[in-house]
Design a protein around this ligand. Structure first.
Ligand code: BG6
Length: 487
């Protein structure tokens, strides 16, 4: 039995291009879907939570396409990681980071998505960034698509509705493997595959008021993404033998609200429809039988082309990964109290405390999840995201005492260690928003996850200077002791 983490356990940190880079029109980058999301810094806390405010519709889209404003479009400025990556990597190295997860912005490589040749400036940017990690002894974990796809592909082809997008994605994937393959250790074709279902704009480019915003369209787009994923796995295995490529979901771990059989059954189906379906296709290589019932019931028909089933079956992923922020409960009972959650509203668990954003914190749920995922797939597992979004206060002397974040990380890492002792083959842990970034859901800067603070407010004002929070020193000690010193 293992007593703790392996010596080469990959303690790391994660961010993504759209929430960090900024420079939305520099280096030959094309406009992408995240550049268009509108945020009003004057919105109250409650207004920031409203789904219509978080999502894009046609009137907001038309306005976005007419302006170069950045203060209402936070993904256009991010935290200026595009220009500051070298000094940021120095800080990552000082902290002892072993692996860095970020995403490549598709529109920096193919500005329109359907360009004949890639943009050399974009390729050079990522090559320098990843080589910069290597130089500092930091491994690289790349998400190939973290929600931001070239806007032109949506405008001209309908985004993931179209099989054409699959073709362009494959070309993009092959370009990444050919030109960046020497600098990357782990590949992930898609961030949170189930996002298409829970957040159709982020996941599959469907606007709130699109006439075809239906289950049928969503599952057709998801099918195209499954094909794109299989083509990326195939290309990676052909072009980069020995490198690992994985599948990822946002894991909504669900407990039955009571031991009433109806609640237990509800929990099983919630897990199947919200979580397992996506990993089952990518890791087991076929559409699971329980989805036939779901598709029949919801009147969904998926158009497949000859060869699709074989392609999915023959190109399964090498590891499975997930983001884990909270757990939820499943019940058939009406009127169960609700709370917020990542991408979704969920049922409240009376035994758990929630973050300021209503996400129910459940460290043991991470051990539960790791056991479930490993039992099901028997593949190496990566915790690709986990962390606490909170409001930080900067003291007069510049220090930031984020004991709440240390507590959150400590309890989750303890449970990960228990899962390793349970026998789970765990590759690594990339805590989310390792350096403060723009929040994905609520688009605000005030919801911070980092152990590194970034001086910027919700309207994009600030010096952008970086500073170390108390959690920086805590995580540094945790990594140096290989997860043994968690005090
Ligand atoms: C995950 C996303 O769903 O959750 C990240 O992959 C995101 O992009 C993270 O930032 C936390 O969500 P939020 O809305 O608090 O930023």
């Amino acid at each position: 039995m293992k007593q703790g983490f392996d010596q080469d356990f990959l303690f790391g940190g994660a961010i993504c291009s759209s929430q960090a880079e900024g420079a939305y029109k520099e280096g030959g980058k094309g406009l992408d879907t995240q550049d268009l999301r509108y945020f009003d810094p004057a919105w109250t806390k409650d207004e920031r939570k409203l789904i219509p405010n978080r999502r894009l519709n046609h009137p907001k889209l038309e306005a976005a396409l007419q302006t170069d404003d950045t203060s209402h479009y936070p993904f256009r400025h991010g935290i200026d990681f595009y220009h500051r990556w070298e000094s940021d990597l120095d800080l990552f190295q000082e902290m002892g980071l072993r692996i860095f997860r970020t995403s490549v912005c598709w529109a920096r490589i193919y500005p329109h998505g359907d360009d004949e040749k890639p943009n050399e400036e974009g390729l050079k940017y990522y090559h320098d960034l990843f080589a910069g990690c290597q130089k500092r002894g930091i491994k690289v974990f790349v998400t190939m698509l973290h929600y931001n796809i070239p806007w032109h592909l949506v405008e001209k082809y309908g985004g993931w509705r179209s099989r054409e997008t699959v073709k362009f994605y494959e070309k993009y994937a092959r370009t990444l493997f050919a030109r960046l393959g020497d600098t990357v250790d782990y590949w992930l074709p898609f961030n949170e595959f189930n996002a298409g279902k829970f957040n159709p704009y982020n996941g599959v480019c469907i606007l709130d008021d699109d006439a075809d915003n239906t289950q049928d369209t969503i599952f057709q787009c998801l099918h195209h993404q499954f094909i794109a994923n299989a083509l990326a796995v195939k290309a990676c295995h052909e072009m980069l033998p020995g490198k690992m490529i994985g599948g990822m979901i946002a894991r909504f771990t669900s407990y039955p609200a009571t031991c009433k059989p109806e609640d237990v059954m509800q929990s099983i189906t919630d897990e199947q429809y919200s979580n397992w379906f996506y990993l089952d296709v990518m890791a087991r290589g076929k559409y699971p039988s329980y989805m036939e019932r779901f598709f029949d019931h919801s009147g969904v028909t998926i158009k497949m082309e000859p060869g699709d089933k074989e392609l999915i079956a023959e190109n399964t992923v090498d590891f499975v990964s997930f983001s884990y922020y909270f757990s939820q409960v499943s019940t058939t009972q009406n009127g169960w109290e609700k709370t917020e959650g990542n991408l979704i509203m969920s049922n409240k668990n009376p035994y758990l405390k929630s973050s300021e954003w209503g996400w129910q914190m459940d460290p043991i749920g991470l051990r539960v999840t790791l056991n479930q995922v490993y039992d099901r797939y028997q593949l190496p597992v990566f915790v690709a995201e986990n962390g606490l979004g909170a409001i930080d206060h900067v003291e007069a002397d510049g220090s930031i005492h984020d004991s709440y974040r240390i507590e959150y990380l400590r309890e989750h890492i303890k449970q990960m260690k228990e899962a390793v002792k349970d026998g789970v083959e765990l590759l690594g842990y990339t805590m989310w928003g390792f350096i403060d970034v723009v929040s994905c859901g609520s688009m605000e800067m005030s919801k911070r996850y980092g152990v590194i603070y970034v001086d910027q407010d919700d309207a994009g004002n600030g010096t952008l200077e970086r500073s170390r929070k108390d959690s920086f020193y805590w995580y540094q000690k945790c990594i140096a002791s290989n997860g043994e010193d968690l005090a």
